[in-house]
Write a protein that binds this ligand. Sequence first.
Ligand SMILES: C[S@@+](CC[C@H](N)C(=O)[O-])C[C@H]1O[C@@H](n2cnc3c(N)ncnc32)[C@H](O)[C@@H]1O
Length: 423
Amino acid sequence: MNETEIALAREAIESGNFSVLMQEQERLADSSTIGLIAQSEICDLISEGLEPGGPTSWITSETTWNSATFGPDRELSLQQRFLHSLWQVFSLRIARKLEHLQSKVRISSKGAVICFPGGYDLSVLVSFSAANSLGSAYLRPLVSIREPTGMLDLERFLENSTPKEKNAIKAAVTSVDKLVYHRGALIHVDRQRENVFGPTVDTVVLSEILNSDLRKNNDKSTSVLEIGPGSGLITVTAALSPATARVVSVEINEDAANCTLKNLQVNGLKPSSNHVSVSVRAEKFEPKLIGETFDYVVCNPPYVPEADSLEKLGATGYGKAISGLELYDDILSNFGYLLNSGGKVLLMMSSVSSDYALSRIPKGHEREFPLGLNGYRVPFDLDLLWDRPEWKESLLQKGAIEQDATGNLFHRIIPVWVRHDAN
Ligand SMILES: C[S@@+](CC[C@H](N)C(=O)[O-])C[C@H]1O[C@@H](n2cnc3c(N)ncnc32)[C@H](O)[C@@H]1O
C-alpha cells in the first residue's frame, strides 16, 4: 500500500475535501482506490457515520455505488461521500479497461470481474453489463470479502447474498471469460479456448509482494524476469509499475505465452511502450540462454512433487503448469546467469514441497519470508489427490496439507525472497 495515498486519504477525511486524493488516485495506474478502506487506519477513521459491518459491507452499500441515491433531498455523511468518491475512481478505471478489452477481444456482454483493489486482503466481485450508448459499462460491486483464500471464494461470496446477487455470482463463475483485476491490470482468460494456468490467489499474492517491493525503487530502471507467466498477471503488473524499464517473460506453454501477449495489449502495453520494453518468449526456460541479467526474477513454479503423474495430467498445458519441481533447481542454481549484483529472486513455495525448495537454496544466500514461514492457507483442490489416496494420506501425516471437518483440503503458500550473494 502506498504511504502517500494513505496520508492523502487521512487528510481528505479530516478536511472533507477529496479532490487531491482523487487526482492522485487517477494519476497512479496502480493506486489502491477503494482498497484503501481495508487499511486499519482508514477503516477506523471512517467507521463512525457508516453502518456497522466494516469495509466489505460498506463497498456494496447502495450509497457507495449508486449515484441515483445522491439527490438534493438526500443528505449523505462525509464518510458516505468518501466511499462514493473512491468507488467512482475505481469503477471508472475498470470500465475503461473493460472497454479497451472489448475493443480487442470478443467477450460476453454481461459478466463480472474479480478485483483485488490494492492488495490480496480484500476482493470485490464487480458485475458489468455491456457499454451503453454513452460508451460506459454499467458496473456494480456485488459482494466483497476480506482475506480471500480462493480466486472466487464461492461459499463465502454466496453466504449473505440476495437471490439476484446469487444468480449474478453464478453467471460470473460459469462464464467463459475469467476476468481478474489487480494493481491496475485487467487480465482476461478464455476458459474454453485457452489452456492456461491462473490467475489464482497465489498469483495475486506474488504480484502484490513483487509490486510493493518494486515501488521502493526510485530510479525507474528496474528489470524483471518472470519465468512461467501463465495468463500474464505478474508480467503485466510489473510492466505497469513506474519503477520498471524492462520485463522479460519465458513461458513453455505456447497458449500461455499468447495469453500473456494478449493481456499486455489489453493493458495498453506494446513491446516497447513509453517507459518499459517487454519481451515474451515462448520457450522452455534455459538459464544459460536468457542472455541478460535482472534486478528481479519472479516465478510461481509448478510445486506439486508428482512428476510421474504428468502423464495423467497431460504433459503440456495445465499438467506442466502445476507438476514437477525442476524449476526450483533451474532457478536456484543459476543466479549468476540471471541476476544483477544485489538482485533477488521471488519464488512461491507450497507446504507440499517447501522442504525440497528450501533445500535447493544455495548456502550463504539470504532468504526472507514476507508472509512468515507458515505462509497463507489456501484450498488444495487437486483431483490428483483423490486418485492417489496414499499420497494424500502421506501429505496429511507430514502436516503438508490439512483437512477441515467437511473434508476440504488446504495447503500453505509460502513466498520467499532469495538474495543473490554475488561473492
Ligand atoms: C503454476 S503456473 C504459474 C503461472 C503464473 N505465473 C501465475 O502465477 O498465475 C507455472 C507456469 O510455468 C510454466 N512453466 C513450467 N515449466 C516451465 C519451464 N521449464 N519453462 C518455462 N515455463 C514453464 C507453465 O506453463 C505455467 O504457465
